[in-house]
Ligand binder design. Structure first.
Ligand code: ADP
Length: 250
């Protein structure tokens, strides 16, 4: 009399197992797709400056180096593109180190102290902006100082990159939160969900001319999430953006 129930249980268990295998398979497929996209994007991004370097080198070789102005322009471009490539490779390596989940070097520090230590650099970066600091975070928490400083730098660099000279940038620390607020061009609502993706840029042409490659926010997100924190954004076009990092309360 017991037998039918056992068969039923067995069938259920098998069904569950099949579901799990299917889910794992789907996840694996998704991971593979993301990885393939990443390699393809990275190769594309590296190819762009390389193509440009090749072009200018060919110009030089064909010119017999007679036209001084042309030589100067080409070498300047080659130098610029080489710098771009090396910055890109540096960021790719950084992402790959983050992907390997190397352990964080944790120290107790408050966002106040973290920002205060960064101020000399921020002042130089933001010399054409009105830099404003509201530091009210007395609470110390576990942070990898170098990595978290990198996050703040990436956010401030963006705030500068996507706003006009003379506009205000506010860095606000309170509780376990840190905000970077700008009065820049803002981001359309429908694009907000994508800006933390690797290589995503809202305005490819304009972002390219300002030197971005779409990895700054992806790196920031990765670092914040390794701290079990979150990074969020609110933005209004032509008014400005606010990026908020929230770390868990100790
Ligand atoms: P990038 O190197 O292009 O700045 P990020 O990953 O840092 O790459 O940012 C992705 C995109 O999000 C940018 O290309 C830009 O379009 C948008 N973005 C980021 N920060 C801001 C900001 N403060 N104001 C307006 N747009 C921003």
């Amino acid at each position: 009399k017991q037998a039918p129930i056992e068969v039923e249980q067995l069938e259920k268990a098998i069904q569950k197992m099949q579901q799990r295998v299917q889910q794992a398979f789907e996840k694996e497929k998704e991971t593979k797709k993301v990885l393939e996209q990443f390699v393809s994007d990275a190769s594309h991004e590296l190819k762009t400056p390389l193509t440009s370097i090749r072009g200018f080198t060919e110009v030089l070789l064909r010119s017999n180096f007679e036209n001084v102005q042309q030589v100067e322009d080409s070498v300047t471009q080659i130098h610029l593109q080489t710098e771009r490539m090396s910055a890109l490779i540096e960021r790719l390596l950084q992402l790959s180190r983050l992907d390997r989940q190397e352990p964080l070097q944790l120290e107790m520090i408050s966002f106040n102290e973290l920002v205060e230590d960064l101020m000399p650099v921020l002042e130089v970066l933001g010399e054409k902006r009105e830099m404003n600091y509201v530091l009210q975070s007395a609470q110390s928490q576990q942070m990898d100082v170098m990595k978290m400083q990198q996050v703040v730098m990436n956010l401030v660099q963006n705030a500068i990159r996507y706003s006009d000279d003379g506009s205000k940038i506010t860095i606000k620390a309170y509780g376990t939160k840190l905000e970077v607020i700008d009065e820049g061009r803002g981001i359309e609502q429908e694009k907000l969900p994508y800006i933390f993706r690797r290589f995503y840029r809202v305005d490819t042409d304009r972002a390219r001319s300002t030197g971005g490659e779409g990895l700054g926010l992806a790196i920031a997100k990765e670092i914040v999430e390794q701290h079990d924190g979150t990074i969020q954004v609110t933005s209004t076009v032509n008014v400005g953006s606010c990026f908020t990092i929230t770390l868990p309360k100790e």
